[in-house]
Design a protein around this ligand. Structure first.
Ligand SMILES: Nc1nc2c(ncn2[C@@H]2O[C@H](COP(=O)(O)OP(=O)(O)O)[C@@H](O)[C@H]2O)c(=O)[nH]1
Ligand SMILES: [Mg+2]
Length: 367
């Protein structure tokens, strides 16, 4: 009689989905095949996955714990142990079709971004300033964009929210297309995070100087002391190319519903400076965890359900930014591989930033 799994139909489906819609073949079942470690290892498992059985306890070598994303505390016991072989991606429910279409769409967006040239060639590279609370994903957004153009995951900017990884330097990042390629027509400016407390985080008085292009790359922010024209590296007569052309307010989408009153007040204060400078504005919501459901089937538009989410409505209300300029992404954080659907959101966000910037450039008074 064929040996069958103890998983319910639903459990098996979610297991398959978790592994990327694979098909699974049951190779071993402890209640049928016994608990002989040697037997199981020799017959079924490659050397990498060596599970040891002793009195129904499962031991996973420490070095594989991380890879398998499990914690095998020495006390874990099991009722049944089943070993499956992953037999490739299942050609069902349009899975392959969807990935193929996502990859095609990603590639066409990538071509659009590569081909961008700022309005009327007024500048060769536009500058996009990332502004937002500490931990909202500003540095990760830069890393994600860079990863897409490098073709593999990179982590140039330090990320994280412990004291040592908080961005304190102003960084103006230029990104190359491929390892030895040309610089792309945009730069991402990563700033120190905002804090609701006065005298902590990026200083509001620094904002106009950043926007006008007076603050140099690698300037060390000092939360209680804004930069002044007396600073030795202050750029006294910046030109259009040195200016910020677009501000992206970056928020963790999950924290949007409980932004403190003080943080909102600070944001308003900052936005006043941005509006005074006439710079383009977009909002970038990060840490969207249902990346796959965010886009409609053709990948071209966001799902209406997504648009009506309260977090997006909130940004629209607080900052008055139109819905089409509220962009959602899921940055590369702890992934091991690139994902075309993540790339689609990141590249679409960049494209919208370019559109906003072009509107700003077109609107500049003729000089
Ligand atoms: N899951 C997920 N994690 C993110 C995302 N963006 C950032 N993170 C994580 O959030 C933390 C703070 O990110 P970081 O880029 O340093 O934020 P910053 O202070 O705004 O520069 C890090 O641990 C990141 O790995 C995202 O879109 N999705
Ligand atoms: Mg940072």
């Amino acid at each position: 009689m064929a040996v069958t799994t103890t998983l319910t139909w639903n459990e098996e489906r979610s297991f398959q989905k978790l592994l990327g819609n694979v098909s699974l073949r049951l190779l071993y079942k402890s209640s049928v095949h016994g608990r002989s470690t040697v037997n199981m290892q020799n017959s079924y498992c490659d050397q990498k996955l060596s599970l040891n059985f002793e009195e129904s306890r499962i031991y996973i070598p420490r070095i594989f714990e991380e890879e398998l994303i499990v914690k095998s505390h020495s006390k874990s016991t099991f009722l049944e142990c089943e070993v499956f072989r992953v037999e490739g991606i299942k050609d069902e429910a349009g899975y392959i079709n969807r990935i193929t279409r996502a990859t095609q769409h990603r590639n066409s967006l990538l071509a659009d971004v590569r081909a961008y040239s700022p309005y009327a060639d007024l500048v060769s590279e536009i500058r996009i300033l990332l502004l937002g609370p500490v931990g909202s994903g500003k540095s990760s957004f830069f890393n994600s964009v860079k990863s897409i153009f490098q073709g593999h995951l990179t982590r140039q900017a330090i990320v994280g929210s412990d004291v040592t990884s908080i961005t304190e330097q102003y960084r103006i990042y230029s990104i190359k297309d491929g390892k030895n390629g040309q610089s792309l027509p945009f730069m991402l400016c990563d700033s120190m995070g905002l804090d609701e407390k006065e005298g902590v985080g990026l200083c509001v008085d620094d904002i106009p100087h950043i926007l006008k292009g007076c603050v140099p790359d690698r300037y060390e922010f000092s939360p209680q002391k804004p930069i002044t024209p007396q600073h030795p590296t202050f750029i006294t007569s910046p030109s259009l190319k040195d200016r910020i052309h677009c501000v992206a307010y970056v928020f963790d989408i999950n924290s949007m519903d409980n932004l403190s009153f003080k943080m909102m007040a600070k944001l308003k204060q900052i936005q006043k400076e941005v509006i005074n400078c006439g710079v383009a504005q977009v909002a970038l919501l990060t840490k969207v965890n249902n990346c796959n459901e965010v886009l409609q089937d053709n990948f071209l538009k966001m799902n209406n359900a997504m648009i009506s989410q309260s977090q997006i409505q909130n940004v629209n209300k607080i900052l008055g930014i139109p819905l089409s300029r509220i962009l959602v992404v899921d940055n590369y954080a702890s992934e091991r591989e690139m994902d075309p659907v993540k790339d689609i959101l990141i590249l679409s966000a960049l494209k919208q930033m370019f559109r906003a910037t072009d509107d700003f450039l077109e609107d500049l008074p003729l000089e």
